[in-house]
Design a protein around this ligand. Sequence first.
Ligand code: ARG
Length: 456
Amino acid sequence: MSRFAEEQDPLFRRINASISFDRRLAPFDIEQSRAHARALRRLGVLDEAELATLLEALDSVASELAEERFEFRDDDEDIHMAVERRLTEIVGPLGGKIHTARSRNDQVATDLALLVRAHSARAIALLEELMEALVGMAEAHRDWPIPAYTHLQRAQPVYLGHHLLAYFWMFLRDARRFHQAAEATAEMPAGSGALAGLNWDLDRDGLAADLGFARPATNSLDAVSNRDFALDYLYAASACAMHLSRLGGEIVLWSSQEFGFCEPSDSFASGSSIMPQKKNPDAAELLRGKAPRVSASLASLLGTMHALPLAYSKDMQEDKEPLFDAIDTLEVCLAAATRMLSGLSFDRERLAEASADEFLAATDLADVLVADGVPFREAHGIVAGLVRTAVGAGKQLSELEDSEMDGVPEDARGRLRDSLREGGTLEAKISAGGTSSARLAEQLEAARGALSGIRG
Ligand code: ARG
C-alpha cells in the first residue's frame, strides 16, 4: 500500500532522486545497517537467526555494489531505499525489519558523518606525503639561494629550502584543520529517528561504539539537521586547496622562461599541439585553477543550510554533490602536488645569478651603518642614495668608489663592501625563523618533529 493514488511523475522523480550521486554513500550505509541490525538484536526486535540472515544478505548487497553488479532500478530514489529494496528481494519480508527504529533522516546524516571522518583521515595521509616530499626537497636545497619577492619585485635572497618549508607549515595547519573536521563527527546522529527520537530505547551507546563514534548526539532535532562537520571539512579543504594554488602559482612563474628557476619532469608536463618548443606546467596550473571549485562547494553548502528551519528539509539533499566534488578535487590535487614536486628540477646557476643581485642586500647595508650607531631611518636614506648613485652609474653597489659613498662614515666603507660578499646577506638572517643556515637547520628539525607528531 502507498499513501498515494497516483504514480510519481517522471519529472518529479528526476528532481527528487539522489541515487545518481548518493550511491557513493553505499559502503557507509551498509556499515551502518550492519551495526543497526546488531542494535535491533539487542533490543529484541530481531532474533539471532534473523540477525544472521540479515548480516549475510547485507554482505551480498555490499559485494554486488562493490563489484558494480548491483542493479539499480528506476524507482530507487536514493541509496538507502535501494539497499533496503535489494535486501528484501534477497531475504523476503524480514528485509523490511531493518528500518525499525530509524529514519532516512538520521541514517543519511550518519552516513555523511562516516564519510567525512574517512576522508578527513585520507586528506591527512595525503598531506603527510606532501609534507614529507617538501622536507626532502628543502633538505636537498638547503644552501641554494633564491630571490624572494614582495610585490613580485626581488626583495631579499633566501635559501630555497627555507622557501619550500614555508609551504610545509601551511600544510601542517591544514592537517590540523582536517583533524578538527574529523573531531566534529564525534557525535552520532543515528538513533534520533525522523526528528523527535524513537519509540524504542535503542542502545545508542553501543551503536556509537560499534560505528566508531565517541558518543550519541544529545538532541535529536539538532542531530538530523546538523551538517557542521561537512562545513568544517569543506573549510579545511578550501584552505588547503588555496595553499596548493599558491604553490602551483609559484611553480608556474618559476618554470617560465622569464624566471627559469625550475622545470617540471617530462612525465608531469604537456607539449603544445602547434608550438613544438613548449613544455607546459599543466599540473601546477591546475593546482591554481581547481582551488576555487573547492571553496565554491563550501559556499554552496553554507547557502543550502542558510535559514533552514528545523529539522530535515529536502534542500539538505543538496549537501552531497558539492562535498563529493570537493573531496575528489582536493584528493587528486594533493596526490598530484606530491608527484609533481618530486619530479621538479631546479637550475642552481640561474637561481644563484638571480640572487646575486647586490641590490637585494640594501637592507643589510643599512644595518651595517646601524651597528655604527646611525639611526635606522637615516641609514635607510644613506643606502637609498647609494642605490640611486649605482643605478645612475650603471654599477653594482660593491663597485662604488669611496668618492661615490656620500654620507657613509669613512671607517664603515670597507665593512659595507665586505657585507656584499657572496652569501653574506643570507647568513646575516640570524633571527629565529630566519633563513641563515643555522636557523634553517633548526627549522628542518622542527618540521621533521612536527611530521612525526601528526603521525604519533
Ligand atoms: N536522499 C535523502 C537525502 O539525501 C535522504 C533523506 C530523505 N529524507 C526524507 N525525509 N525524505 O537527504
